[in-house]
Write a protein of this length. Structure first.
Length: 493
């Protein structure tokens, strides 16, 4: 009897172990399946952002090796006006990503082309509002006390910025439109080709034709508009038969709701772009403005490159959340965000380690100046910490975009970036007189990143808990990972 009972117990244990193995294999398969879906979205999106930003960096590199003043002027123009406008366009185009992603998930394919056309109308009008600021960039910078020699060079380059400004309208919106319907390979291919065209065109204009800073910006415009033309050919040429059925008068209907969503999305994302621009602007008030602006802008470029990878993951999180919400599968939403958080952590640690290893050597891509290299080396540790701290925040923003919670995150960004970060940087530069030791102004970025992550998690926690009625939230602790569970619990509700 006891022997029979032992055999039965052994069979039950073996059955339990078999079931555990099956669950483990199922979970492993589920994870790899989700990782594959994420990277199919994130890799082309990241390629698009990195390659597009790479075109700006290529221009900076060619200019920096020919003129230190030209490097400072371009860095000031790019870090303030171009970056300011790019932040608005990137943020507003995320509304296209949200609407197209949800329409694709709900199989309302015809609406995607209409949303794309509405975004062109809204974003083109928005870009036109910024043209006067570009035209009078030099006088505006002189009016607020920037270096006169640098701002005179800005006067020479502003006409080249206007065509680039309008190219952003089409590249950003069409990238979101294609990404939402999983046509990701074409985004990566066209972006890579665009960077190759930019390198060749810029080299020809600067090194062969001897056009200097004007040649670098001409090469930037050639590559950016080449990308726009290729995307138009792909969309209009019949490769999107279900989502593009031609121009429609419906694009002029219900513009206000999309404008409202675009403003919320733009406000949420562009505040971070603007914050870095203002820090560069404050660096221009130091005793040696050329070195301060050049060094800080180089660190900003490296940080922005990593940020573009994070934004690619943000886009993946946004599309996955929007698609699964469109299908009504909240469990898939929860699992997707946990996976993308792990991926983001791996990417952040890798990029941070590379920056720490290279140190000041990175600066020689942009300038031959030893002083600039020393300043960049002084900033390298802070840069690495900033990259590490940037792991979580873009993913939380992606959740907000995909779930339509833009307004709340916009308020968090406004309070932390401008209520805390800017005053802190101003005190360090103008009251404490740290001057060219811009490491201290850069450390203010570390403060606001820590605060923004904590505040975003706290507010999402409180907001979600206030809306959850009768829902049992398990494993709630004070860690950010547990708080993400609360956010996802709201999405499930």
């Amino acid at each position: 009897m006891s022997s029979g009972g032992g055999e039965m117990e052994e069979r039950l244990l073996n059955g339990s172990e078999t079931e555990q193995r099956r669950e483990s294999l199922y979970l492993r398969k589920k994870i790899w399946n989700e990782v594959g879906k994420m990277w199919r979205i994130a890799v082309p999106s990241t390629l698009f952002r990195v390659m597009s930003f790479g075109c700006i960096v290529v221009a900076q590199a060619f200019i920096g090796h020919s003129s230190e003043t030209g490097l400072a002027a371009y860095a000031l123009m790019q870090s303030t006006f171009i970056r300011f406008i790019y932040g608005v366009m990137a943020g507003m185009s995320s509304a296209t990503e949200t609407l197209c992603g949800q329409a694709y998930g709900a199989q309302q394919y015809h609406m995607m082309g209409i949303y794309l056309q509405r975004s062109w109308i809204i974003d083109t009008l928005t870009a036109s509002l910024f043209v006067p600021f570009v035209v009078f960039a030099g006088p505006i910078l002189r009016l607020i006390g920037q270096n006169v020699e640098i701002t005179r060079t800005v006067d020479e380059i502003y006409p080249w910025v206007i065509p680039y400004l309008y190219s952003i309208v089409f590249t950003m919106t069409m990238q979101m439109y294609l990404q939402a319907q999983m046509k990701n390979a074409i985004i990566g291919v066209l972006s890579t080709v665009s960077l190759a065209v930019d390198i060749v065109a810029t080299w020809w204009c600067v090194s062969v034709m001897g056009m200097g800073i004007h040649g670098a910006l001409l090469g930037l415009n050639i590559s950016s508009w080449s990308l726009v033309i290729c995307e138009f050919v792909y969309v209009f040429g019949g490769w999107c038969p279900h989502t593009w059925t031609g121009f429609s008068s419906a694009a002029f209907v219900d513009l206000f709701p999309m404008l409202k969503l675009s403003i919320s999305s733009g406000f949420m994302l562009c505040l971070e772009y603007w914050y870095l621009s203002i820090i560069v602007l404050m660096s221009g008030y130091t005793a040696d403005a050329n070195i301060a602006i050049s060094a800080f802008s180089i660190c900003q470029y490296i940080y922005s490159w990593e940020m573009n990878i994070s934004l690619g993951l943000l886009g993946a999180a946004c599309v996955r959340v929007a698609n699964e919400l469109g299908r009504g599968d909240a469990d898939a939403v929860r699992f997707s965000i946990k996976v993308v958080l792990v991926i983001s952590a791996v990417v952040g640690v890798t990029c941070s380690a590379l920056c720490l290893a290279l140190g000041g050597q990175i600066s020689y891509l942009f300038s031959n100046s030893q002083q600039v290299s020393d300043a960049v080396a002084d900033l390298s540790i802070d840069l690495c910490i900033s990259i590490l701290l940037n792991i979580v925040q873009p993913i939380l923003s992606g959740v907000a975009i995909g779930a339509g919670m833009q307004n709340m995150v916009a308020i968090v960004n406004l309070a932390t970036y401008y209520g805390i970060g800017i005053p802190f940087g101003f005190i360090l530069i103008n009251i404490c007189h740290f001057g060219v030791k811009v490491r201290n102004s850069y450390s203010s970025i570390l403060k606001f990143i820590i605060i923004i992550i904590k505040l975003m998690i706290f507010l999402l926690n409180r907001y979600c808990m206030s809306l959850i009625t009768g829902t049992v939230v398990r494993n709630v602790g004070w860690s950010w990972y547990a708080n993400v569970d609360i956010v996802l619990c709201y999405l499930q509700n």
